[in-house]
Design a protein around this ligand. Structure first.
Ligand SMILES: Nc1ncnc2c1ncn2[C@@H]1O[C@H](COP(=O)(O)OP(=O)(O)OP(=O)(O)O)[C@@H](O)[C@H]1O
Ligand SMILES: [Mg+2]
Length: 267
């Protein structure tokens, strides 16, 4: 699989070396005493309280919990999309909790790839254009961008759909475009908020097979899911209730998803 073996894998190795030099360990994400209080009018909602979490390179972590427990809030903090109101967040060894908007955007762009329940693709752009978009922010030339996007789409088994718009793709294919878009920018960590939430069981399994394969190639994955079966595809499950971590366990009976449509590109 060209994109994960040549480009991103090599880049991740470089990034790993840089982190080793700077931090002296392989912790990619470290949350210490993280809190998040939303103030809407007179009402204050404590969405996260005293969250301590370390994620090491190459882990695949599920974050689970009931509706309203703070999973998306935690994801938004991890993804540098929102700032915590308390605590320290070190991403790649740097405290991002107090960074300004520009620095935060740079960290996000450099370290993180995102996938969402509803794919978040631009409807009027082709698969290829959707994947190229974040590369523009990396200052990549047009030609390099096209090549990186093509390689990322090949890696998710969509070489034959590069000119299709989202509406011309199935849900599973749209999520694979979203994964290609996340991968093309060569992230250190892939973050997903219910990435299989809109998919039927079979297609969801296909997406999990793809994510498991990427994890085996070295990509660190942190994903929110309310589905215990999906969580068991991860290596570790962190459960959140009322904004607090209530358990954090290695998965002993891990499920390996059957690759269906993506199997042909795994060689
Ligand atoms: N922007 C906001 N302003 C005020 N309160 C918020 C805001 N966003 C979330 N909350 C509150 O914070 C708590 C955690 O919400 P969050 O969206 O993180 O839950 P969740 O675990 O992702 O739930 P679900 O499984 O339903 O997606 C909830 O009580 C919610 O009402
Ligand atoms: Mg949520």
């Amino acid at each position: 699989m060209a994109v994960a073996e040549a480009g991103p894998a090599a880049d991740r190795a470089g990034e790993a070396a840089r982190l080793m030099a700077s931090g002296g360990n392989d912790v990619v994400v470290r949350l210490k005493g993280i809190g998040k209080v939303y103030a809407s009018g007179a009402l204050q909602v404590t969405a996260l309280a005293d969250i301590d979490l370390e994620v090491r390179r190459g882990e695949m972590v599920a974050i689970t919990g009931p509706s309203g427990s703070g999973k998306s809030t935690l994801m938004n903090v991890l993804g540098c999309l929102d700032r915590p109101t308390a605590g320290v967040y070190e991403l790649g060894g740097r405290n991002v909790a107090r960074m300004g908007d520009d620095d935060l955007a740079a960290m996000r762009n450099r370290f993180l790839g995102f996938i969402f329940q509803n794919y978040n693709l631009l409807p009027l752009q082709s698969a290829q254009q959707n994947v190229e978009l974040p590369l523009i922010y990396r200052g990549m030339s047009g030609r390099a961008r096209r090549e990186a996007a093509r390689a990322a789409l090949a890696a998710v088994g969509l070489s034959d759909r590069t000119h299709h718009r989202p509406a011309e793709l199935s849900g599973g294919q749209q999520q694979r475009v979203a994964i290609a878009r996340a991968l093309a920018a060569q992230p250190e960590v892939l973050l997903g908020d219910e990435p299989t939430g809109n998919l039927d069981t079979h297609t969801g399994s296909d997406i999990m097979a793809l994510i498991q394969r990427l994890n085996e190639q070295g990509l660190t994955v942190i994903m929110v899911t309310h589905d215990p079966r999906i969580a068991r595809h991860c290596r570790r499950v962190v459960s959140v209730t009322d904004g607090r971590i209530v358990s954090d366990e290695a998965v002993t009976d891990r499920l390996m998803a059957e690759a269906g449509a993506t199997a042909q590109v795994s060689a």
